[in-house]
Write a protein that binds this ligand. Structure first.
Ligand code: NAD
Length: 397
């Protein structure tokens, strides 16, 4: 297949591009390199030494003999170039990772809120409008998030894969309808992902676009079999207060002897997936697209759920590092249950990597190996959800 990987220089996009190339697909990365620019803005860097995109592609050619193309393009701002690119490449499939993806960053300031909405909503809509305008019948796979469902539902009813069957009372009796699960975003970032869902529903029905929306959990882990082939292919590992997801933060904190920072009680339950399974899930979704005219297919792309406090205990038990409880900068339920249906990927052959198998390798091969690159002052989350709330102080001198 000819595949465009939008956002293919990012944490999920780069290993996905390599995985698809390794399978023999003709891959072109499209990225405006905004994520690298945000690193400069925040004065942070990936814990792992990621190389410039042209060097990554050159090294991949050396180790695999395979070509990956690269087009620097801003999906949110360069609509005409996007149309021209689609007409030139005529892709069979498109994977769309190209959005601002950090909830804390999206809540950092008025500027960051507006940027996140402008970038994400326009990028997705430009893509859909361009596909409809060009008539290119590519299978589109988008990376959404479990956060569109929200984490505040009480009780332990399982979260279905995208759609809910509701019963309506009518004068003629009971009627059943399948609707999108109600959205309950917890940040401006998550809000953009809920808006994406409506745009997908509209373009699937109005223009018969074939769309799969993957409601992904928090991705952990760094390497895939492809990124491990040469150190210059290494994937990014974000540990800072805005982009570092909770488990990566604990792993890195443990490696440098920093207390593991749990926000609030740690009773928040979240869904997780290893990066190796992310790339497999994207492949499975590409191989099983919906029919034209069908509603968007939704898969819950998660393999495990854990309470944040239990994750901290796990890492603390493996490394001996203490746990520190900090005030929660987010507006969210203190504790929540989370039961998620993920039958569709398992039925299509996904064999998940569990935390118990992969955690130790992350500690020794990534966090400890690159700990000399850490700036410990960047670890604590600086973005707060409540106006006027103080940020937590540094726990290091
Ligand atoms: P990332 O920030 O590392 O990668 C996103 C890439 O998209 C970056 O390289 C960035 O430069 C590019 N990009 C952003 N806006 C663009 C634009 N307007 N035009 C062109 N390129 C643009 O993020 P990631 O962690 O790889 O996440 C990828 C996708 O997966 C995101 O949509 C995110 O919401 C979703 N997701 C990620 C996680 C996670 O834990 N990382 C969890 C759930 C969902």
């Amino acid at each position: 297949m000819r595949i465009l990987v939008l956002g293919g220089d990012g944490f999920c996009g780069w290993p996905t591009a390599l995985h698809l190339s390794d399978l023999g697909h003709d891959v072109t990365i499209v990225d405006n390199l905004s994520r690298r620019a945000i690193d400069l803005e925040l004065e942070v860097d990936s814990l792992t030494p990621i190389r410039p995109v042209s060097e990554r592609i050159r090294v991949w050619r050396e180790v695999s003999g395979r070509e990956i193309g690269f087009v620097r393009l801003d999906l949110a701002a360069e609509y005409d170039r996007l149309v021209a690119l689609l007409l030139e490449h005529r892709p069979d499939a498109i994977v769309h990772f190209a959005e601002q993806r950090a909830a804390p960053y999206s809540m950092r300031s008025q500027t960051a809120k507006r940027y996140t909405v402008d970038n994400n909503v326009r990028a997705t809509h430009n893509l859909l409008a361009a596909l409809a305008a060009t008539g290119i019948d590519a299978a589109l796979v988008h990376l959404g998030t479990m956060g569109v469902y929200g984490y505040g539902w009480s009780g332990s009813a399982p979260i279905p894969e995208g759609y809910l069957t509701v019963k309506l009372d009518t004068p003629d009796g009971e009627l059943k309808r399948e609707i999108l699960h109600p959205a309950n975003p917890g940040s401006v970032y998550h809000l953009t992902k809920t808006l994406d869902q409506l745009m997908f529903a509209f373009y699937a029905s109005n223009d018969q676009l074939r769309i799969t929306d993957l409601h992904q959990g928090i991705v952990w882990g760094t390497q895939t079999p492809q990124t491990e082939r040469d150190e210059r292919l290494i994937n990014r590992f974000d540990y800072d207060g805005d982009y570092g997801t909770v488990l990566n933060r604990f792993l890195m904190q443990a490696a440098v002897g920093h207390p593991l920072t749990v926000h609030g009680t740690g009773g928040q339950t979240r869904a997780f997936i290893h990066i190796r399974d992310t790339v497999r899930c994207v492949q499975i979704a590409l191989e099983n697209p919906p029919e034209p005219g069908a509603k968007p297919a939704v898969f819950n792309q998660i393999t495990e759920t854990h309470r944040v406090a239990d994750l901290a205990k796990l890492v603390s038990g493996l490394t001996g590092i203490e746990i520190a409880h900090l005030p929660n900068p987010r507006q969210e339920a203190v504790e929540n249950d989370l039961v998620v249906r993920n039958d569709r990927f398992l039925a299509l052959g996904l064999n998940p990597t569990t935390l118990s198998e992969g955690l130790l390798a992350e500690i020794t091969e990534i966090a400890e190996r690159y700990r000399h690159r850490v700036d410990p002052h960047k670890i604590i989350a600086r973005s707060v959800w409540r106006p006027g709330m103080e940020t937590s102080p540094d726990l290091v001198d």
